[in-house]
Design a protein around this ligand. Structure first.
Ligand code: HEC
Length: 142
């Protein structure tokens, strides 16, 4: 029953003009959508690097997008946006969390730089993957 009500609310949200989520709910949803994009670019780069597809010319596009998303990520956790799989520790340890965000941003910028200059992609990609994991381990619900 609860699910049905939630579904009705969702459908209503999609069809009723002027219906808006509260600021915090909106921020939490937006964060999830952006993180899905982060995950999509990451997975696409894995496909390319494993040579499962012949789109190596797309690598720079994904790396550029990831660098932009690294910047966006810095703004995704405002006060009051608690929710989803984001753990309360994010807002309880803001300085430690900020370091994880910075590590992501600089790893993404580093990958972009490496790909665009024709450097060795492997280590830069690993650094980025490590930045994701290190934040998820501490700040995302399983
Ligand atoms: C600074 C912390 C942090 C970093 C760095 C980070 N994430 Fe996340 N990620 C989160 C949090 C927190 C959530 C849960 C968000 C929510 O539910 O509101 C999440 C959620 C996700 C999700 C699930 C989205 C959904 O459908 O709900 C994916 C996929 C994801 N991250 C991929 C990545 C990848 C790939 C990277 C690295 C390129 C990355 N993340 C880097 C904190 C981080």
């Amino acid at each position: 029953m609860r699910n049905l009500i939630q579904l009705t609310v969702l459908v209503g949200a999609a069809t009723m003009p002027g219906w808006t989520l509260s600021a915090s709910e909106g921020d939490a949803k937006y964060r999830e959508h952006v993180m899905e994009a982060v995950g999509g670019h990451m997975q696409a780069m894995v496909d390319i690097l494993k040579q499962e597809v012949s789109h190596s010319d797309h690598l720079l596009l994904h790396a550029n997008a990831m660098a932009d998303l690294g910047k966006i990520a810095l703004t995704l956790f405002p006060q009051g946006s608690e929710g989803g799989d984001a753990l309360p520790a994010i807002w309880e340890q803001p300085e430690e969390f900020q370091e994880k965000l910075q590590a992501f941003d600089s790893a993404a910028a580093g990958l972009k730089q490496t790909v665009s200059s024709g450097g060795e992609v492997g280590p830069a990609f690993q650094t980025l993957g490590q930045a994701c994991k290190s934040c998820h381990d501490d700040y995302r619900a399983e």
